[in-house]
Design a protein around this ligand. Sequence first.
Ligand code: T46
Length: 135
Amino acid sequence: MVEYKLVDFRTFGDNRGNLVTIEAEQDIPFKVNRVYYIYGSEKEIVRGKHAHKELEQVIFCASGSCDFILDDGKERVTVHLDKPNQGLYIKNNIWREFTNFSEGCVVMVLASNHYDEADYIRNYDDFLKFAKENY
Ligand code: T46
């Protein structure tokens, strides 16, 4: 089974709408060092296509929906994200691709580390080799 977790964030709703909280090291298992977001991707575009050696992330659609394809070198699973108060936790060493973006989709990402291109494995065969050697 590909390892991932869906995390339900605390949501305070009333007749004014909803307020969602995400506490670092409480609701999610790491200190957040970086936040980035992605919007304006057409439905059929495929983003990602890489793994991370160390980085952990929690990902959610603040608006709209998309599909995350996760691959641990042995299996692939597709996770549909469509709730602004539910995050997908992905640990390091998982190949990810994401696609099937809805109109107006905004993908928010909370990351455990600052941006470091050296942490990326952008070639699938290199990922399989790294996964075999390290796990
Ligand atoms: C991931 C998925 C979910 C930066 O300069 N700083 C940053 O913090 C990030 C995330 C990207 N960049 C630059 C690097 C590239 O020149 O932005 C450009 C686009 O990045 P990339 O092609 O890696 O974007 P995605 O959407 O394929 O992947 C991103 C994250 O990079 C990745 O860590 O897990 O979102």
